[in-house]
Structures are given as C-alpha cells and as structure tokens.
Design a protein around this ligand. Sequence first.
Ligand SMILES: Nc1ncnc2c1ncn2[C@@H]1O[C@H](COP(=O)(O)OP(=O)(O)OP(=O)(O)O)[C@@H](O)[C@H]1O
Ligand SMILES: [Mg+2]
Length: 291
Amino acid sequence: MPSRGTSHRGCRGAEALIEVRDAGVVYGAGGEAPIQALNRVNMTLNPGEFVALVGPNGSGKSTLGLLLCGLLLPTSGEVRVDGHATTDPAGRAAVRRLTGIVFQNPDNQLFASTVEDEVAFGPENLGLPPEETVARVEEALGRLGLRELRHAPPHRLAAGQKQRVALAAALALRPRYLVLDEPTALLDPAGREEVRAAIAGLRGEGIGLVLVTHAMEEAVLADRVVVLAGGQVALEGSPREVFARTAELRGVRLEPPLAARLADALRARGVSVPSGVLDLKELTAHLCRSR
Ligand SMILES: Nc1ncnc2c1ncn2[C@@H]1O[C@H](COP(=O)(O)OP(=O)(O)OP(=O)(O)O)[C@@H](O)[C@H]1O
Ligand SMILES: [Mg+2]
C-alpha cells in the first residue's frame, strides 16, 4: 500500500490500533425483548494483523464487526480506533476513514453501472483530486485482478468476481482496518478460491484484517483466532493454540478443522501426534516421519 497521509493519524499520541474494551451490545432495548448480542468483549486489532473471528451462529461475530468499524455503537464499554472513541461525534469522520467493511452478499454492496465506477465511487466521495482517484482505482483494480473487467456491469459478473469488486471498492478507500464478514459464504467453490486468494494477497500490506468466517480452513491462515460464543470471547490465540483445544471448541458448538479432528482420532488409537496440527499436509508429514 502506498504511504498514508497525515489524515490517518489518530488522536495525538494515540497508538495505531483498534481497542474494544468491555464492550456490550444490547439490541431491541426500545420495546422488544432485549437481546444481549455482546457482553464485556475485549479485543485489539493492529494494522498489519490478520485476525479470524469465528463462532457459532448468533454468537455476535457480525455485531462485533460492525462495532470495530463504528457502524454500530456499543451499549456499554468502548471501541477506540487509533484513539478515537466511536461514540465521540468528533472522531466519527476519522473512524469512517480508517475502517472498511465488506459483507457476505456482494449484490447488496454494488450499484454502479461499471466496475470502474464502482471502485471510483468511494474515493470520489472523499473529494480527492481526480488524478488521486484514478491512481487509487488503477491500483485497486490491479490488485484484485479486475483490469480486464473494468467496463463490465457489476451485476452481470459471477459471484466471486462481484465480491472481488466489493473488495476493490473497499481498498480504494485505503482503510487501515478492514472487516470482511463471511465474504466467501455465498460463493461457489471456484468463487470462494478466487476471493480467498485475494484475501491472502492482502497480507503484508499493513492493513488490519478481521475475517469473520465459519470455514475453519480460512481461519487457520490468520495470525490470531478469536472465538466468540454467546456474545463473549471464549478462546483466543494463534491458530495452532486455538485449534489444539478441540474439546473446548466442541463445547461451544464449533467443529475443529479436519486435521485437528483426525489428530484427535489418531491419538485415541495410541498414535503419537503433536498438538496443534493445522492441516492435512502437516499431519501426513508427521505420520511419514514417525513410521
Ligand atoms: N439488528 C438486530 N436486531 C435484533 N437482534 C439482532 C440484530 N442483529 C443481530 N441480532 C441478534 O444478536 C445476536 C448476535 O447476532 P450476530 O448477527 O452478531 O451473530 P453472528 O455470530 O454474526 O451470527 P451468524 O453466524 O448467523 O452470522 C443474535 O442473537 C441475533 O439474533
Ligand atoms: Mg454474522
């Protein structure tokens, strides 16, 4: 990513990171039976870090994603983006500039008549000089492999291509933090691979990435995994640490990755397998060595 301007600096002296402190969210406080979607959640996200957010349905993942971007405000506790509290009206513009989000369904996020216009929409609305908008659009299209589709109408594209356009549009705003809420959930296997590769390509770019996912094979690629259950952080650590705790994962209705399940089954039969095996390649390599 190109260097960032001074506009990305947070409050004076504030470190660049998102901090969620004791955050709670209650939905439906006005009338309907209130739902405590998040309860005393603590979490940090550094620029350049890749965090997978996993948990069973209704555990609060999307709610936390919205909190991180300031699109939803905590009912209790606080969320700070580079020092700006999301509840502080004076910091709202900075929070919007620093964060981005891509949702599950690309059809809900695309509205322009060409891919190029779609990607240009955000930078144009920031009031950037036209040459800066053009540069950002070119870069985002290039990074997502979309240059050849620039004149195509987004609604005519395949689902994986649409999701890449949504990612390009988010990146053209040059966020420091980007939340991806199940971006591959509605895609066919080919589209899913396309978008996973695009996400993998964002590593090392200095962007703090939060990937909400039900796919454990996506979560193992992250630097850190945060497991939500019942609106609280149930487990947190490196993929190796978290996915070795298979009993605790099952306790919150999460199926560990296939390699971890196989390793458990082998251990139950007396085969020695190290803890924290993440994929089948690793497991096979260990078994071959120990024969
Ligand atoms: N806008 C809303 N109004 C009322 N309740 C909501 C709203 N959004 C979410 N909830 C409730 O808050 C809880 C957490 O929902 P959330 O969508 O954050 O979970 P999730 O982990 O993203 O689930 P999923 O895996 O199904 O996407 C659930 O009980 C859900 O029904
Ligand atoms: Mg969700």
